[in-house]
Design a protein around this ligand. Sequence first.
Ligand code: ADP
Length: 480
Amino acid sequence: MMRFRSIGFRLTLWYFAVLSVALVAFGVAMWFAMRQSLFGAVDGTLREQARGVGRFIQDQGASAHPEEMREEFREHSVLGPGGDLFQVCDSNGNWLYRSGVLREAPIPVYTTDQLKSTRRYDNVRIHAAPFRLLSRNVEVLGQLYAVQVAAPVHELQEGLEQFFWILVCGIPVVLVFASLGGYWLSRRALVPVDEITQAAQSISAQSLSRRLPVPGTGDELERLSSTLNAMFERLDAAFGRITRFTADASHELRTPIAFLRTTAELALRRQRSETEYREALTQILSELERTSGLVEDLMVLARADSGSGGMRFEPMDVIVSIREACEQGRVLAESKQIEFEASMPEAAVEIEGDCRAVRRVFLILIDNAVKYTAAGGRIAVNFVQKTGSACIEVRDSGIGIAAEDLPHIFDRFYRADKARSREMGGVGLGLAIAQWIVEVHQGKIEVESVPGQGSTFRIALPMYQTNGVEQESKSAAGRF
Ligand code: ADP
């Protein structure tokens, strides 16, 4: 079934149009070439015959008496060139020989003066049959004779006519078969496209893991399938991430909500003292604080995914941000009897970034260090300047991270020890946020840890280039 909007159909249509024009032009050219060559052959014979007449006159002797000459011609007319289909008249208009056939026919007759040195070819009809007529002067021993020779072209015209009909009937047949062949070929070439289309139609949000067939032909179609598959791969990964994130987020929200609900229900179950109510409300409040922190983190990551919520990139002093984070960290550490140490230069170190986001990264790292270090431990924040980048190190002497957890700690909701993390108020989003912020700032974040001895987180951020060669992509990618 032909589909009228299909590429195959349109290709065939174009093919048909181009082929029709080419074949018709070819047919017309062939017909004219054929005609030219056939008439050329007849004309050649006629010229040869006219020359023969000239030779005959010469043989008879041009000075022979016209009467004698006429007699000779009459005798030879049956045997002579063209049988009876010729006539000769001298320059005075006297017929040396007059053909019986030509005499009766309405053909043009020329005198030697009219012809001069030209050859005239006429297509004439004699008794309804087509003839070709050559009229020319022949000079024999200084005398001019007007010679007319005719040849029947009936067969020639029939042949031409036959050729014409062969073309008229043959061209459409060739066209039809060639177009059908063209359509079949184009359909065959496009079948894989249909397969790809159908396969792509069957892929939906629920079946993103399905892939298109790759023809393995090494052509454009294979590239198309591979490109689409790569796109589905990315979509699948992104979709999976979002699904997991939504599921994890709902799960994380369910726990505090259940806790809030039970605490409130328990408090309301019977009459209680003011102290008991206070205690319940305090528990509710602290859980609410934790939950609103979680919601805020979720929103940061959701915005990171959707690319909305602008981060403002501008030259900023990274030392100021570290110092502010350290101030908060020191309070937290000291409340847990952890020694806190920070060493950084006095002079400003400029990077291009969003100061709130950068401070947040340091806060997350210092907060983690405090959370996962027991009393009596030690936390050190160091700044090291390397060529082109500002490196900050947050080292603790805490519980450390097991080797199998290390590759995952930057994943969303990943916690090496869920119970302990939750107890510490963590949901496993801190490092995911930190990593995202650092990456948006074209920086790098790394971790090194020995379980039981402590962990070291290192961040490198590119320094601000005052010569105008800045990281152009940042402003576009940076959202917070
Ligand atoms: P959380 O809110 O649980 O702290 P993070 O994303 O900040 O979430 O960290 C993910 C996990 O990495 C934590 O649950 C913890 O197991 C581990 N981790 C992070 N920082 C440290 C650290 N300084 N010492 C030991 N473990 C850490």
